[in-house]
Design a protein around this ligand. Structure first.
Ligand code: G1P
Ligand code: ZN
Length: 543
């Protein structure tokens, strides 16, 4: 095997964000940009010699090229094996599963999640550890430190490997196993959910529309929903993964999955609608005539999880990210189990799942998952919903309404201001932080502030502390607003404003969300001066 050492210069912008390193494709195409980051990952790890590395991505533009580089660098670094999905494809939750099942040392996942793909669009590289989950902050900090001092990388000289043929191949003395990306994942889902009951529901005429958004879940959803569960052919829409996602944002929200939303609100709606994102870890759930917010979906799934065979023994606890609504907390309370509040990003759930403190986790950004893998999992959420629908034999809309009657309803919305000037965004956050200590006891837009802070998280498992995770302002009536800047964007800054109010009055459970939250929305503007500071009249995306 011919190992080549190539000298290189550090880049100063390879700091992993909320979920790995994300940049535009041309940025990644700069000389040695990919190689520097991959070598920095390897340099910050210890003890992988002879062990396996899982590699796969969501199929977006540049996926195949980067996989070839990663495989050749893994061979040069001394890995014994690379396990790669056929065609370079592995959804993020499937990659997590392969890492766990194969006992691999770790994995490299190539994705920019729900961001658009194509020659001028987004790409991303993320490292997952042996538990199958995103590298914790101490690992990403080491990777980042290494990117700043790197002076050479190692790669073998070998022709590109055919990623489309299944089987074991030799690459410079290292084995490359090209595996079916769907099979093991489909088996895992079959082990968790009552497939016969869901199949009987489809056989009985239940209809569904699943929008795979030309992203990675197409093959997974087709195999599981249509082939194994007997949903009608055509249930899966946009099921072929495309390198540019057909020119769309593979983001399953009400803006980018509008067609599905419109269908579900129409007279011809099927019984159930769902979608997933670029790399298959997010979910959108829409019942006939009702959009279920991800925060509500988390609470509902937790409250009903015992109906699925994989969770019939109950949950050890529920974890949610701080900006996610408090709906799940009340379910935990009723179940008599712990609830946890973590910073934004799935990596913070890993320790809780590993220590069996939490079984189900979720984020308001359409991420829900459980201890079956260490990533959020879009299809898992859809299948748990289907299992619940099959067991309860009620429409989604009635199940949601009954949940609100029992627990109250957390009206919830997120307002995103995308691509704003980075200095203006930092200025807005700095201003908020400066105000925090003087806010309690004051009134903003008619609402009394009871508490205000910048969220810090004390990990109950490893004792690590993560500070400055978002500004929260709580009001005496139980409403809340949260401000933070996105850590996944690739252009300018994105301000996220999260707004929430709990309603328990049975007559106030069916209001329109934006009007139910109008005074909290007004308070956010009054306090933060969003319009004046960002120059924007309205949010770009409201979820
Ligand atoms: C966003 C979401 C966050 C999620 C992450 C990765 O991060 O808000 O919940 O974990 O994408 O999917 P953000 O851009 O807000 O940093
Ligand atoms: Zn994603």
């Amino acid at each position: 095997m011919m190992i080549r050492s190539v000298s290189t210069q550090p880049y100063d912008d390879q700091k992993p964000g909320t979920s790995g390193l994300r940049k535009k494709v041309p940025h990644f195409q700069q000389a040695n940009y990919v190689e520097n980051f991959v070598q920095s990952i390897f340099d910050s790890l210890e003890g992988f010699e002879g062990k396996a590395l899982v590699v796969g991505g969501d199929g977006r533009y540049f996926n195949r090229e980067v996989i070839q580089i990663v495989m050749k660098m893994a061979a040069a670094a001394g890995f014994g094996k690379v396990i790669v999905g056929q065609g370079g494809i592995l959804s993020t939750p499937a990659a997590s599963n392969v890492i766990r099942q194969s006992g691999a040392f770790g994995g490299i996942i190539l994705s920019a999640s729900h961001n658009p793909g194509g020659p001028k669009e987004d790409f991303g590289i993320k490292y997952n550890t042996g538990n199958g989950g995103p590298a914790p902050e101490k690992v990403t900090a080491e990777i980042y430190a290494r990117t700043k001092s790197i002076s050479e990388y190692k790669i073998i000289d070998a022709p590109d490997l055919d990623l489309d043929a299944l089987g074991d191949f030799d690459l410079g003395g290292m084995t490359v196993s090209v595996v079916d990306p769907v099979a093991a994942y489909a088996e895992l889902m079959e082990s968790l959910f009552d497939f016969p009951a869901i199949k009987a529901m489809f056989d009985g005429g239940f209809t569904m529309s699943f929008d795979a958004m030309h992203a990675v879940t197409g093959p997974y959803a087709t195999e599981i929903l249509e082939n194994r569960l007997g949903a009608a052919k055509g249930t899966v829409k946009n099921g072929t993964p495309l390198p540019d996602f057909g020119g769309h944002h593979p983001d399953p929200n009400l803006v980018h999955a509008k067609e599905l939303y419109d269908l579900m609100m129409s007279a011809d709606a099927p019984d159930f609608g769902a979608a997933s994102d670029g790399d298959g870890d997010r979910n959108l759930i829409i019942g006939k005539g009702i959009f279920v917010t991800p925060s509500d979906s988390l609470a509902l799934l937790a409250a009903n999880a015992h109906l699925a065979p994989g969770y019939k023994g109950g949950l050890s606890g529920i974890a949610r990210s701080m900006p996610t609504s408090g709906a799940a907390d009340r379910v935990a309370e009723k179940l008599g189990i712990e609830s946890y509040e973590t910073p934004t990003g799935w990596k913070f759930f890993g320790n809780l799942l590993d220590a069996d403190k939490a079984t189900i986790c979720g984020e308001e950004s359409a991420g829900t998952g459980s201890n079956h893998v260490r990533e959020k999992d879009g299809l898992w959420a859809v299948l748990l919903w289907l299992n619940i629908l099959a067991a309860r034999k009620e429409p989604a809309k009635d199940i949601v309404a009954a949940h609100w009657r029992e627990y109250g309803r957390n009206y919830y919305t997120r307002h995103d201001y995308e691509g704003i000037d980075a200095d203006a965004a930092e200025g807005l956050m700095a201003h908020l932080r400066a105000e925090l200590s003087s806010l309690p006891g004051t009134k903003i837009n008619g609402l009394f502030v009871s508490m205000a802070d910048d969220f810090s998280y004390h990990d109950p498992v490893d004792g690590s502390v993560s500070e400055n995770q978002g500004v929260r302002v709580m009001f005496e009536d139980g409403s809340r607003m949260v401000f933070r800047l996105s850590g996944t964007g690739t252009a300018g800054a994105t301000l996220r404003v999260y707004l929430e109010r709990l309603a328990t009055d049975p007559d106030k459970l069916a209001l329109e969300t934006q009007s139910a939250l109008a005074d909290v929305i007004g308070a956010a503007e009054d306090l933060a001066g969003i319009k004046q500071r960002t120059g924007r009249d309205a949010p770009d995306v409201i979820t």
